[in-house]
Design a protein around this ligand. Structure first.
Ligand SMILES: [Cu+2]
Length: 147
């Protein structure tokens, strides 16, 4: 027979496990190609701590220059690339110093233990099951009371 204490304990442990599984995501590198006077993809969303690598796959020289002077690749000739690790959360617009109409955006979102939707659903379900179980147990205890 399961005691209510054991059920509450199991629920807590399961919740911690789910939280751990849905926490920090691994740092990765996102590639942005510079072709035909455009950044591809033009907009990229990354986690804080991820890296971006711009590669000039076109024939003409370009740059990746932050609007807010957070970074500047300098001249990237055909075939050259520039890597950058971003930790500052926010929306970071950038452009090409040679062709100001060439623009792009890097969105950096915070990386940390974030409740994913399914983690929340599992938690609420476990809470409901525990609640119903405790209610049934209490009812049955009241049922056998004789005095
Ligand atoms: Cu350019």
């Amino acid at each position: 027979m399961f005691s209510s204490k054991r059920i509450v304990g199991c629920t807590g442990l399961l919740f911690l496990l789910v939280m751990l599984l849905s926490s920090f995501s691994q740092a990765t590198t996102h590639n942005i190609s510079i072709v035909d006077f455009a950044f591809q993809p033009q907009s990229d969303t990354i986690n804080a701590g991820d890296s971006i690598r711009w590669t000039n796959n076109g024939a003409f020289p370009h740059t990746s220059t932050s609007d807010l002077a957070l970074w500047n690749s300098g001249t990237l000739s055909s075939g050259q690339s520039y890597s950058l690790r971003l930790t500052l959360v926010g929306t970071h617009p950038y452009y090409c110093a040679f062709h100001p109409s060439m623009t792009g955006t890097i969105v950096v979102r915070p990386n940390g233990p974030v409740f994913s939707h399914w983690a929340l659903i599992v938690f609420v379900l476990l809470l409901l099951i525990t609640g119903v179980w405790l209610l049934i147990r209490r009812r049955s205890v009241i049922g056998v009371r004789t005095n």
